[in-house]
Design a protein around this ligand. Structure first.
Ligand code: SF4
Length: 292
């Protein structure tokens, strides 16, 4: 069965408005990190602080302008009692501008935590080079659950280009899991063509609308002449790579959230908070007049 990852808002908008039902039927139902964070802040954190959700103004820093639309489209999730998960979405480029205008330095900004008692006192990151990593998590989980295989290192193999990569699991000389990472519209369009021809052999695809992932999002800080700041990107990749990895399943905070907030793994509350549904729609009505 094919599952297409849905955390890139650019990709989701393209799938919903242009490709329609044949593709949205395969979109993974897990909510995006922005949507989950909205519920975490306005539901879990609000209750911890004895605040009603509307007393909290939640600002998200995002890599692209599509994330603003995502916040609007999500509307008012029932669990948040009339409040939006995100009240304001600013791109990192906008934050940089505000800080420059206010002559603020990053060093002046204290990093805070949602969790009162610091069970984990260091900043850690998930697996992956930047906005990727979901593929590696699902791949390890599927290998263990379906084939009882422990995968330590997930090895990516670049195919057509560095933004189209493949990960496979072999057992007894046979490929039993075949996952792909497809970033950027050139690779997405190739994927759609192959899907339509029934020649797409993957079980799971991590799809990101931007080539290179979210670090190349249009809302990221740019050079004064309006281009992607490649030197800054390399610097960010380097800083990110130096942050220690902690897998979600070994995080004390994640365990705590499942127990105290989501009422257990696979509970009705976890399904409501972490998953979304799609309206059954045929190929988008505006499909012919949208140019991507
Ligand atoms: S920056 Fe690009 S890859 Fe990331 S969410 Fe936005 S559109 Fe998707």
């Amino acid at each position: 069965m094919l599952s297409l990852r849905r955390e890139s808002q650019g990709w989701v908008r393209y799938a919903e408005r242009v490709l329609g039902r044949p593709i949205t039927a395969h979109l993974c139902t897990a909510k995006s990190p922005q949507q989950v964070m909205g519920s975490l802040v306005k539901d879990y954190f609000a209750r911890q602080q004895n605040l009603s959700p509307e007393k909290i103004f939640h600002v998200i820093v995002a890599p692209c302008y599509d994330k603003k639309l995502e916040a609007l489209q999500e509307g008012f999730p029932p669990a948040l009692h009339g409040s939006r998960g995100a009240d304001c979405v600013l791109t990192s480029g906008e934050i940089a501008q505000i800080m420059e205008q206010g002559e603020l330095s990053v060093k002046d900004a204290a990093v805070d935590t949602l969790f009162g008692d610091l069970k984990e006192d260091k900043v850690t990151r998930h697996d992956g080079a930047s906005s990727d990593g979901h593929l590696a998590h699902i791949f390890r989980h599927a290998a263990k659950e379906l084939f009882n295989e422990d995968v330590e290192e997930v090895t990516y193999r670049a195919l057509r280009n560095k933004d189209f990569q493949e990960v496979t699991l072999e057992k007894n000389g046979e490929v039993v899991l075949r996952f792909a990472a497809a970033y950027g519209f050139r690779n997405i369009q190739n994927m759609i063509l192959k899907l339509k021809k029934g020649k797409f052999p993957y079980h799971f695809v991590e799809v990101l609308a931007c080539a290179g992932g979210c670090l190349s999002g249009r809302g990221q800080a740019q050079t004064p002449d309006g281009h992607a700041d490649k030197a800054l990107l390399r610097q960010m990749e380097g800083i990110y790579a130096d942050i220690p990895v902690r897998r979600a399943e070994s995080s004390a905070h994640v365990q705590e959230l499942y127990q105290e907030w989501l009422e257990g793994i696979n509970s009705p509350k976890a399904r409501e908070v972490l998953h979304t549904t799609y309206q059954s729609q045929e190929r988008g009505a505006h499909s012919l007049d949208i140019k991507w």
